[in-house]
Design a protein. Sequence first.
Length: 310
Amino acid sequence: MSAPVRFGVLGTGYWARTCHGTALQEHPDVELVGFHGRDLAKARAAADEYGGSGFDDLDAFLDAVDAVTIALPPDVQAPLAAAAARRGRHLLLEKPLSFDLAAADDVVAATRETGVASITYLTYLFQPDITDWLARMRELADEHGPWEGGVFRWAGSIDTPGNPYGDSPWRRASLGSWDTGPHALSIVHELFGPVSRVAAGRGVRDAVTVSLEHANGAGTQLSLTLTAPPGTGGSSATVWGPGGRHELPRFHGTPQEGLRRAVDRLRAAAETGVADPLDVTAARAVVAVLAAVEEHLARPDHATAVRAQP
Ligand SMILES: NC(=O)c1ccc[n+]([C@@H]2O[C@H](COP(=O)([O-])OP(=O)(O)OC[C@H]3O[C@@H](n4cnc5c(N)ncnc54)[C@H](OP(=O)(O)O)[C@@H]3O)[C@@H](O)[C@H]2O)c1
């Protein structure tokens, strides 16, 4: 197969334009065909700013592209991704793939039916500061033994005036784990491997704390929210094991640079037929953990009450 050249963006929101639009516009090897949205005026406005045409007809949009990049709410992304894959279009997916494991499984099935390539844009994993650090952590684990534990805090502050996600309905309606969890889990999965069991508790507003048991015996913890009080957001991670205790570094690149790398990896996977390690199955693995967290929180007996003094 040849590498896809004609790319189109599904979505016309903030991230679709500022990250996907900018990255595709600047990519030297691809053509930005345009944007698809349910509101044609918004799709045309995005195309006027970044390139290509505006579409509200999905069939016409899919006819015009070799690959789609998707920047839509999770419940909208998954069925459109499955439809695009069944039309033979390669997929660049956002996080989280879906809110629902069955919907994520259907996207996996669609890619298998048609053999299209896919890549999941887990931002941190496309930044050299982070991938170099992960490579060093892997070397240390090879030398000294596997990582044993980690604490991951991911906190957004969407109530800060001017935050571009402050009016996002799906972020307001869901637990903070759905937006920030994929970032934390992207690092967790790289260093600790698959998660076998979870337990979770609620904090204020959308906050969730999660304990993860990994298939290899390690245990990690996540603290996730999108509504940290202004000035208190940010991400941090500490991991430890026989190779020492280490802090996740900051990255200095831009999300647009990262997305261009994701486009390159999608094109390589399509051309070679070799699945990328961050294909749709990586997106599905993240949804599986986050869905298990929701399931745990929904259990009436999910927490053991601490007895108050009589
Ligand atoms: N990797 C990262 O660091 C990062 C950062 C930011 C965002 N993201 C991801 O990017 C994606 C987009 O995020 P966002 O905040 O820009 O936007 P969003 O709020 O998730 O989505 C906005 C877009 O979705 C469309 N939309 C909403 N409901 C729809 C529906 N029922 N049917 C069809 N279209 C619908 C909106 O169209 P209308 O304008 O017509 O409502 C708009 O084009 C999300 O998956 C998010 O997690 C990732």
